[in-house]
Design a protein around this ligand. Structure first.
Ligand code: DC
Length: 223
């Protein structure tokens, strides 16, 4: 069984997805980390602007993911490496390429269908798991999302840190790009439960999602 959690950057998806998966005894899949990993690969190999070469090299790339932990060709990638401003900006660019999306979506379907998963991203409830029995779409005010991202970056020891205004601008820019691409655009599935997390604590969001998820699981039965 798959539970999907989509929404824009900084809406609280990662923490909430992890906590929800833990309380339900499900696995957790961070699909944003997969786009970030491809972005890192493209940057490292100088292929960000060379779609033909990237398309040729991608199928040979060994990408492994377990929760949020990523390995590229067998080498463990640190979370701080995946979340630099450079990789963040590049991830939106690679996410707009259909061949990257097709490759990752196929992988995500295989992983998600192998057990009970909470999957987190932008297109999980729309394109990847349209048949999921429980779909959530988290939103929050852009300033609140920027504040949360800054707190996370501060806790992870990023230095130098962007200013609040720079963070808001980067979040709004990413929302626009993620919402306007042709394939896998950021949008709520018609049957998703939309939750505005601006004024809610993480625990309150998790409790709300868990209540809803449990009622759906009880209706369907987890295999
Ligand atoms: O959730 P995140 O910030 O780690 O995502 C990084 C980028 O990957 C983001 O710009 C949008 C893209 N992404 C996507 O297009 N589809 C997904 N399922 C997950 C992320």
């Amino acid at each position: 069984m798959v539970i999907t959690i989509d929404g824009p950057a900084g809406a609280g998806k990662s923490t909430v997805s992890r906590l929800l998966a833990k309380s339900l005894g499900f696995h957790y899949l961070d699909t944003g980390a997969m786009y970030r990993a491809v972005a890192m690969f493209a940057l490292r190999e100088g292929l960000l602007q060379d779609s033909d070469q990237l398309a040729e090299r991608l199928p040979k790339l060994q990408l492994a993911i377990d929760r949020g932990q990523v390995w590229l060709d067998g080498i463990e990638i640190k979370d701080t490496e995946l979340r630099t401003a450079e990789v963040t900006a590049a991830s939106t660019l690679v996410a707009a390429k259909s061949f990257v999306r097709n490759w990752l979506v196929e992988m995500q379907k295989q992983i998600g269908n192998s057990g009970n998963f909470v999957t987190e991203g932008r297109d999980q409830g729309t394109d990847v798991f349209p048949e999921a029995v429980c779909k959530f779409f988290l939103t929050a005010d852009p300033r609140e999302r920027a504040k949360r991202r800054l707190e996370e970056m501060g806790a992870a020891g990023f230095n130098p840190m962007p200013s609040m205004d720079e963070m808001v601008a980067s979040i709004v820019d990413r929302d626009t790009r993620d919402s306007s691409r042709e394939k896998g655009a950021l949008r709520a599935a018609s049957d998703a439960i939309v939750v505005d997390t601006t004024a809610l604590t993480k625990n309150a969001v998790v409790e709300k999602l868990e209540r809803e998820a449990r009622s759906r699981i009880d209706g369907v039965g987890v295999q």
